[in-house]
Design a protein around this ligand. Structure first.
Ligand code: ADP
Ligand code: ADP
Length: 227
């Protein structure tokens, strides 16, 4: 579903991503892990065209993303960022309603969808609809981020350190819950993290990057079994 074919990106003389080859089959979750600066986010952002590779290409559903209209492309891709991703001046409902409203859904349908998405991520709609992001905990904010990303039911989800702003005590439970949700919805997910535990909980496959290169790709079981 997501396929990197020799995708590379440099900034000046510095190589951010070095000819990445990676395949994420439909319905699977792949975690990109590795130390800060190794090229994870740059790789992720090639998928929704926030970054254009300067060699190779990225395919989505068999189609080179460089040849897709970026607006249409992004409608099929949910994007969840660490903490800062919500619009601060909009209510929880306004945030979750963003893409369905852009797609021109009727007000009633948007409203129904907002409530369904909030319930799906474990937030009582009546309690949370009108709240502003600054009145939410880190975990609640990430739940709203996931609800917003899923609102128009995109087949693909990109997540960049989605649990980075969640307090460590609540993080494991939230990771397991969101992981189970994404699996039940059969989304194709690419998630960037530097947290190996997060990758082990969420991913069907873990791709390890270092210095812009993919150094290993394996199932969590295979990674854990390594001597
Ligand atoms: P990671 O997500 O693994 O922390 P990034 O993909 O963000 O790594 O960055 C990879 C490398 O590319 C880093 O050295 C970073 O400084 C550099 N880089 C990323 N974005 C830019 C940019 N817009 N301009 C210049 N250098 C960048
Ligand atoms: P803001 O979030 O910008 O303060 P609103 O809360 O009025 O403004 O929300 C903006 C958009 O979010 C509305 O146009 C509507 O589509 C959607 N929206 C707002 N409230 C609800 C709600 N209770 N249920 C569903 N959608 C809502």
């Amino acid at each position: 579903m997501i396929r990197f074919e020799g995708a590379g990106k440099r900034y000046g003389a510095a190589v951010a991503v070095d000819r990445l080859d990676l395949d994420v089959p439909e319905g699977e979750t792949c975690a990109l892990i590795g130390p800060s600066g190794c090229g994870k986010s740059t790789s992720l952002r090639m998928v929704n065209r926030l970054v254009a590779p300067d060699e190779g290409r990225v395919l989505l559903g068999g189609r080179d993303v460089a040849e897709s209209d970026p607006v249409r492309l992004r409608r099929g891709i949910g994007y969840v960022l660490q903490g800062v991703g919500l619009f601060p001046h909009r209510s929880v409902a306004g945030n979750v309603a963003t893409v369905p409203a852009l797609l021109g859904w009727s007000r009633a349908r948007v409203s129904e969808r907002v409530d369904a998405m909030l319930a799906l991520v474990g937030l009582d709609p009546a309690t949370y609809r009108a709240r502003r992001p600054d009145a939410l905990s880190g975990g609640e904010r990430q739940r709203v981020g996931v609800a917003r990303a899923l609102a128009a039911d995109p087949p693909v989800l990109l997540m960049d350190e989605p649990f980075g702003a969640v307090d460590p005590l609540a993080r494991g439970a939230l990771q397991r819950e969101i992981g189970a949700l994404l699996r039940s919805l059969r989304k194709t997910v690419l998630i960037v993290t530097h947290d190996i535990d997060e990758a082990l909980i969420l991913a069907d496959r873990i791709a390890v990057m270092r210095g812009g290169r993919l150094v290993q790709a394996a199932t969590p079981e295979a990674l854990l079994a390594r001597p």
